[in-house]
Design a protein around this ligand. Structure first.
Ligand code: AMP
Length: 171
């Protein structure tokens, strides 16, 4: 796993001073690393009953689509406001400064659909916590939250359902 961790590039002071941004584009661009990352994550869920992968805009779409393809499921998109064309259900959540919201199509799930929610990186957990509420409110059952990487020192897991968080690479 160390080789996958090492290929992720640290960008200091992006998007603002004091943040060390984990740049996963270097992992995505490397054929072997990308393939291995997707295979390792998908392997965890092979044989499980999963109905949909939910991808969070924008980097969650990349992992989400790859996982959906490997597991033979569809992918449902959670997007920023105003991007989804049909009737939507939305949720607002707090950021460090101000708030943000995310939307999903209101007919995204059949009642009881088991879903994996995918995103690139777990930081404070605020975004994923909001998406978990959104999918549950729309009738789905959370199987697990899946991340390529996790910043453990931020303890984002504490905001998410116990035992339903998996990250491949821990920093
Ligand atoms: P959070 O809600 O704090 O868990 O983070 C939400 C999103 O912000 C994640 O989906 C990441 O894509 C992005 N993000 C937050 N912090 C970082 C970081 N240090 N490096 C890269 N991406 C980050």
């Amino acid at each position: 796993m160390d080789d996958l961790k090492q290929i992720i590039r640290d960008i200091p002071d992006f998007p603002k001073k004091g943040i060390i941004f984990k740049d996963i584009t270097t992992l995505l661009a490397d054929a072997k690393s990308f393939h291995r990352m997707v295979d390792l994550l998908a392997h965890r869920y092979l044989g499980e009953k999963i109905d949909q992968i939910v991808g969070i805009e924008a980097r969650g779409f990349i992992l989400g689509a790859a996982l959906a393809y490997k597991l033979g499921t569809g992918i449902t998109l959670v997007r920023k406001p105003g991007k989804l064309p049909y009737k939507t259900s939305s949720i607002s959540y707090e950021l460090e400064y101000g708030h943000d919201s995310l939307e999903i199509h209101e007919d995204a799930f059949q009642p009881g659909d088991r879903v994996i929610v995918a995103d690139d990186l777990l930081a404070t957990g605020g975004t994923m916590a909001a998406v978990v509420k959104l999918v549950e409110r729309n009738g789905a059952v959370l199987h697990e939250c899946a991340f390529m990487a996790e910043l453990e020192f931020l303890n984002g897991r504490s905001k998410l359902p116990d035992g339903k968080v998996y990250s491949l690479l821990k920093f």
